[in-house]
Design a protein around this ligand. Structure first.
Ligand SMILES: [Zn+2]
Length: 244
């Protein structure tokens, strides 16, 4: 697998959920940054032991998505607005891979800033789309290669992934990598790499978290638990059930 890289940034002071009211009374929950301060971060996928996309699709609650944003960054824009900077209503579309993705906010004409809010509903919608693709690895081996290629190319087209091939040097050696443009692009590339490797999604028998098994994942293909912690917890639960 060709390594996938992303130079990205984290918002130093994290996010909190804020309810934004549109003029028609409808409410939109956005993730509001604590400040505009950022820290650089480098992501690299050379194996599939702990892909970022798995953290994303395992989010369920608003607070889990907020924690994801704080830990991994926003999907698209690096400059994001606070609710008191937003003028006009927030509009968004769901069920689309097309840009913009971390937000569907249409900025009123005349406001020149680059910033967009992160709308949690939109973030969840993106996560569900990727989750469906990752869950589909469970049946992938029953699908013929021609159909798989067509479906994956449709994904790559509609996701409008941008990567730049380039050489990087680290510790005296050189490597060829694909640099992703955004965290979204990076995660779509991870999904592609999951399919390329033939890894398969499964859910932990103890905590239901989705994790990967098989090639490049560091887990054997019949693993039942996402972690040693869950394996031990499940064993304890079985033992105490026996004793009780
Ligand atoms: Zn688990």
């Amino acid at each position: 697998m060709i390594p996938i890289r992303l130079n990205w940034q984290l918002l130093t002071d994290g996010f909190e959920p804020v309810e934004f009211k549109n003029s028609n009374g409808s409410k939109v929950t956005i993730a509001e940054p604590g400040s505009a301060r950022t820290d650089p971060i480098l992501y690299e996928a050379i194996h599939l032991e702990d892909p970022v996309v798995l953290h994303f699709i395992n989010c369920e609650t608003d607070m889990e998505f907020i924690a994801f944003l704080a830990r991994f960054g926003t999907l698209e824009e690096t400059e994001i607005s606070k609710s008191d900077e937003i003028e006009g209503d927030i509009e968004y579309t769901l069920g689309s891979f097309q840009k913009p993705r971390s937000s569907g906010y249409r900025r009123p004409a005349g406001i020149g800033s680059n910033s967009v809010p992160v709308i949690l509903t939109v973030l969840r919608d993106r996560a569900l789309s990727l989750k469906a693709l990752i869950n589909a690895t469970r049946v992938a081996r029953h699908i013929d290669a021609k159909t798989k290629v067509r479906d994956l190319n449709e994904l790559m087209d509609s996701a409008e992934v941008i990567v730049h091939p380039c050489f990087v040097h680290s510790e005296g050696t050189m490597r060829f990598v694909l640099k992703a443009d955004t965290l979204w692009d990076f995660m779509v590339m991870e999904v592609a790499a999951i399919y390329e490797a033939g890894a398969v999604a499964t859910s932990c028998e103890h905590c239901r978290t989705i994790f990967l098994t098989g090639p490049l994942t560091g887990r054997r293909s019949h693993a039942k638990y996402c972690s040693d912690r869950c394996r031990v917890a499940a064993m304890r639960a079985r033992n105490s059930a026996k004793e009780g």
